[in-house]
Design a binder for this molecule. Structure first.
Ligand code: ADP
Ligand code: ZN
Length: 777
């Protein structure tokens, strides 16, 4: 990520009063005064009393540049504090950094360059610096990358910017038009509020020039206000729902834990609909009462629409939101306000863990088993594990909520490291759906169709009753394979070792590895025969066609992330469906997560065997979780539900465990298998992926590493490989992997760091270390 350019020099501005925190915020007063005042602003915080460096002192600054060491500078005029965000010169550029401590180098102090300026944002707290350092050690990530992760908001180096807003002026316009009247009516209706020109013209339904005209005439006047406003106050004392006995006792335990002000992790387990969210919102309330900040991590941004409404209903205002769909302006506001303590609650995706909280007291990880918590590019971290680490460092509580916990969390609870709370029944009349396998060996299907007669009948029944059905297939696109019926060749991606997937919606083939697309060929790329290319296998779009053919009267909705232009569009569609605007919903993994469809009473899993294939260590666990989650979608309101799973191997232990509903038995069996194999959570693993454009070169490096593995054998770790990675080529880069296995107590990261230290990556070679890999691709 490139840093935005800095706009220097800054205009001189007078200090302003920040209405909510009562703190003075400064942009660019005289440097000396600024440092002094920033001391008043942020260091009146008794928990943080960082070291001060007087002007000219040697300080170490960590930058987000990939240098992997702290650079020495001279403290600027007015001095600076440890943790201060600063701008420093680096070669010809100016880059963002954090004052890490006293400088350690012996470079001539007189020749050192000076810190350019201290930025007007809350300094990084000691606990955050320690967290980043530990997270870096754990994931074997350079500190510069960690700092980038912790500063993912644009314009941090800009002064707290102002924006122009409009207020009513003294003058009346010379000539009144309808449009002008509407604008003035909006201004009057909202009394003291002010709007940007754009907001105002949108609200009044007039063009920008109407508003401009009114400004020219003095009917509206322009004033400047700070752009980043504090978040509205959340009130924990607003009435909550009346909890059931079960829920109330779980909530009381969590509230006490939060009140203790110490670290602890709780696994909150309960079937979908048992009220986990209601329960943990009470823990959030306790945290807000204690005056500390809370964070709720959610796996999927699609979840937030419904979720934010519930938070608003409970606390009377919307909290801060942090996710990839947020605009740059929103992100900067969240980042700054979190740092100033002017955002009490953040609802966010995994990277919200790296925001600069002033006093974080509680982290909820909802759907803690979800694989999207593992970041798969850049810094490879698991947000669930990092949440526990972060909480331990700032005396906060963690709540891991799930209907189907990860084996790791299950085992940690079993071992007594985590507290475990179970909500055993669903709220109200809703009961778990009846679950049955449809044995596909006994069903008659014509080729190219996937909805069995049994499932078809069940859907028909729902249509007659005016209820909803959900068909689940975890495959995006129209068909996973395009094959030539003349020669049998399949269309593959030119850059990757992967087949191209037809997306009829886009009218193209797409590679799900690199995103490359091309038109669906009419002629076989291999044998050149015309008109023999055919789609093979089902994708969600194709299933949509089949359903439309079977039920021409039904309203059918296909929910797949790639069919929506934006997260907002997807959210809107989900809300429509929840309100009953579809009879049959077809969905990919997306629908397995927390949405509440009250009219839904049937779930059909098209291919329950899909997740069982492959050599993934967690395949069984994942299939189990996914199926339980999907089944949990049915019968959430008053109507009982049914889940049908189409399978060619209904006797498979995972399918049997799902159907029997004996979860503890499933986990016990799964844990036993992993214990015997010595794999996580009963052993440690790390994956090394080497990649480069030249296969021989990549393998040479792999072999070199395998031969020089003394650092690993010293701690008794085993090394497997090098071998071609399961996806042997992505974006034209060949991929080779090594796998490391060690016993549980081993200091694996240290050993790996020692092993890799001498490695010099030549040319375009890349090396990635993945501690506790989730995906074996
Ligand atoms: P989970 O998070 O376990 O899936 P939720 O907290 O979302 O469960 O609860 C499922 C539904 O039941 C929600 O609509 C929720 O508002 C409702 N609900 C749960 N507990 C109560 C309660 N005690 N009083 C009223 N409604 C409740
Ligand atoms: Zn590709």
């Amino acid at each position: 990520m490139a840093w935005p350019r800095f706009n220097l020099p800054l205009p001189d501005r007078e200090p302003r009063e920040n209405p909510v925190c009562g703190l003075h915020r400064f942009s660019a007063a005289k440097p000396k005064r600024r440092a002094l005042l920033s001391q008043l602003t942020f260091n009146s915080d008794p928990q943080n009393d960082p070291e001060f460096f007087a002007e000219g002192a040697r300080v170490g600054v960590l930058t987000s540049q990939p240098l992997d060491r702290v650079l020495d500078y001279k403290a600027p005029a007015g001095g600076c504090f440890r943790g201060a965000f600063v701008e420093v010169p680096l070669g010809p550029r100016k880059v963002l950094g954090v004052v890490w401590g006293p400088g350690a180098g012996d470079f001539d102090l007189a020749k050192l360059r000076s810190v350019i300026r201290v930025l007007d944002v809350a300094p990084m707290r000691d606990e955050m610096r320690a967290f980043l350092a530990k997270a870096a050690d754990y994931t074997l990530t350079p500190m510069s990358s960690m700092l980038r992760l912790a500063t993912r908001a644009p314009g941090l180096s800009d002064p707290p910017s102002m924006r122009k807003v409009l207020r009513l002026g003294e003058n009346t316009p010379d000539r009144m038009t309808d449009a002008r009247e509407r604008v003035l009516a909006v201004m009057e209706e909202f009394g003291g509020l002010s709007f940007t020109p754009k907001e105002l013209s949108d609200m009044a339904g007039v063009t920008a020039s109407v508003v401009k005209g009114l400004v020219k005439q003095g009917a509206l006047i322009e004033v400047e206000t700070p752009r980043d406003q504090p978040y509205p106050h959340l009130d924990p004392e607003l009435p909550s729902k009346t909890l059931t006995e079960d829920q109330a006792s779980a909530a009381a335990i969590l509230e006490d834990a939060v009140k203790s002000g110490s670290y602890g992790t709780t696994l909150l387990k309960g079937v979908t609909g048992s009220g986990k969210t209601e329960v943990y919102l009470e823990a959030v309330a306790a945290c807000l009462r204690a005056g500390r900040q809370a964070l709720v991590l959610l796996p999927e941004i699609a979840l937030t629409a419904e979720f934010l409404k519930r938070v608003e209903a409970r606390f009377g205002a919307t909290p801060a939101e942090w996710h990839s769909g947020a605009t740059m302006t929103e992100r900067r506001r969240v980042w700054r306000m979190v740092g100033q303590g002017a955002a009490q609650l953040v609802i966010g995706a995994r990277s919200a863990l790296f925001l600069p909280y002033r006093d974080l007291g509680l982290i909820i990880v909802d759907e803690e088993h979800d694989t999207s918590y593992k970041q798969e590019d850049g810094v490879l971290y698991n947000a669930r594990d990092m949440a526990v680490l972060r909480a331990a460092m700032c005396s906060a509580q963690v709540v891991l909520a799930s209907a189907t916990p990860s084996l790791e969390s299950w085992a940690n609870a079993k071992a007594g490291k985590y507290r475990r709370l179970d909500l055993t029944s669903r709220f109200g009349a809703s009961v778990l759906p009846e679950m049955r396998a449809v044995d596909m060996r006994n069903e008659e299907l014509t080729s190219g169709t996937w909805i069995s007669p049994t499932l078809k009948q069940a859907i028909q029944l729902r249509l007659e009753r005016g209820e909803q059905s959900l068909l689940f297939l975890n495959r995006r696109g129209f068909a996973p394979v395009t094959i030539c019926r003349a020669c049998g060749a399949q269309v593959a991606c030119d850059n990757c070792d992967a087949r191209m997937v037809e997306h009829r919606f886009l009218k193209r083939l797409m590679c799900h590895q690199c995103g490359e697309t091309k038109p669906v060929p009419t002629e076989c790329p291999s044998c050149k025969v015309e008109g023999k290319m055919a789609p093979v296998g089902p994708g969600i779009e194709r299933l949509g066609e089949e359903a439309a053919g079977l039920f021409p009267e039904a309203r059918i909705a296909v929910l797949s992330s790639d069919l929506f232009g934006s997260a907002r569009a997807l959210k809107a569609r989900i809300e429509e469906i929840a309100a009953g605007e579809a009879d049959i919903v077809l969905g990919t993994q997306l629908v397995a997560k927390g949405h509440n469809f009250p009219l839904l009473t049937l779930v059909g899993v098209i291919d329950a065997d899909l997740g069982l294939q492959g050599s993934d260590l967690r395949a069984g666990e994942r299939t189990f979780q996914l199926m339980r989650q999907v089944a949990g979608r049915a019968g959430r309101a008053e109507r009982p539900g049914e889940a049908l799973m189409q399978s060619f191997q209904p006797e498979h232990p995972v399918i049997r465990a799902i159907l029997s509903g004996d979860e503890e038995e499933f986990w016990r069996a799964e844990a036993e298998q992993r214990r015997i194999a010595g794999v996580p959570p009963y052993g440690r693993m790390a994956g090394i992926v080497l990649s480069g454009p030249d296969l021989a070169q990549v393998f040479d490096l792999g072999n070199h590493l395998a031969r020089n593995n003394g650092a690993l054998t010293q701690v008794g770790a085993q090394l497997f490989g090098p071998a071609p990675a399961p996806i042997a080529r992505i974006r034209g880069r060949h991929r080779v992997r090594l796998l490391i296995k060690a016993e549980k107590g081993v200091a694996l990261q240290d050993a790996i760091a020692r092993w890799l230290r001498p490695v010099q990556l030549k040319g375009d070679l890349r090396l990635n270390v993945d501690i506790d890999p989730q995906n074996f691709f």
